[in-house]
Design a protein around this ligand. Structure first.
Ligand SMILES: [Zn+2]
Length: 294
């Protein structure tokens, strides 16, 4: 699933490309569960069409479009969704839609060709959602209404903006293991499976360590690792191990420099011990059993 660096990359890139443009039309073949509110597609269209895009930004793993008339369009890409910027044509063949990119290059790659939704823009270009598994969620409505949705209102602070004292206070109060705590969107917004593994390796903290038992020195290393890893990943435009691509359809560069995520049995880059993979709840954690002792 795209995490903070991937969603930040998409939001920043789209902001540069579409700010000031008007949404002229909209197409989708997604089922109603992907666009849960307002319930009818006609009402959804009414919320977004003929509105100007004022700004594109990120909150946690959500992409938000501020629209004229005090409206917000929210996209949560979930597992395999990613927004692209290009031009596509739609053909209906045997009752099914076939969407193909008119722009040659990365946008024509298979991973970018599960197009299920298109916003048509006033400059002739389009924003499209490629989503293999079709779990993405798209919601439009009044600014206040969207900001009050639990998935926005209940988000914890941005881990890149929270001061150290607040960061430590939050973690000291949490009883769970640090890996699960870091991934909880209501504690810090935006960190998921990939970056929690990478952050804990850099900070030399075992994923099973109880959050409330972290020593001051560990909190300090964790704080700087969180900032370093996330900033580095944003600079490299995210991790493309699975479906994520940037809006031009290209892979991010972080996968090449990652230390532990999905590197089971590969030597630790600090001490050469094979990286271990363990289950924590329903997720996997990758760590070095020597550098990250419990
Ligand atoms: Zn090691």
């Amino acid at each position: 699933m795209p995490e903070l660096p991937e969603v930040e990359t998409i939001s920043r890139d789209l902001d540069k490309k579409v700010k000031g443009l008007i949404i002229c039309d909209f197409w989708t073949d997604l089922p109603a569960r992907n666009i849960p509110h307002p319930p009818a597609l006609q009402e959804f269209k009414k919320e977004i069409i003929s509105r100007k895009i004022l700004r594109v930004y990120r909150k946690g793993k959500n992409i938000l479009f501020d629209l004229s008339g005090d409206k917000i369009l929210l996209v949560h890409q979930k597992l395999t969704g990613h927004l692209l910027y290009g031009k596509w044509k739609i053909k209906k063949i045997g009752g099914k839609y076939q969407v193909s990119s008119l722009i040659t290059g990365p946008l024509q790659e298979k991973v970018n060709n599960y197009i299920h939704l298109i916003f048509y823009l006033s400059n002739g270009w389009q924003i499209a959602l490629s989503d293999l598994r079709k779990f993405a969620k798209i919601i439009a409505g009044e600014k206040k209404e969207i900001e009050n949705l639990p998935e926005i209102k209940n988000l914890g602070p941005n881990p890149l903006k929270v001061p150290f004292d607040e960061f430590s206070e939050i973690l000291k109060k949490k009883k769970g293991n640090i890996k699960t705590v870091l991934m909880d969107q209501e504690i810090f917004a935006g960190i998921g499976n990939i970056y929690s593994d990478e952050i804990l390796w850099q900070a030399k903290i075992n994923p099973f360590k109880s959050s409330s038992k972290l020593a001051k020195s560990e909190l300090k290393s964790l704080y700087s690792a969180t900032s370093n890893i996330l900033k580095k990943a944003i600079k490299l435009k995210g991790t493309s191990i699975s479906d994520y691509r940037d809006p031009s359809g290209q892979s991010g560069g972080y996968a090449k420099v990652r230390k532990v995520y999905q590197k089971e049995d590969k030597p630790c880059q600090r001490c050469q011990t094979p990286i271990k993979r363990v289950k924590i709840g329903s997720r996997s954690a990758h760590f070095c059993p020597v550098c990250q002792r419990l």
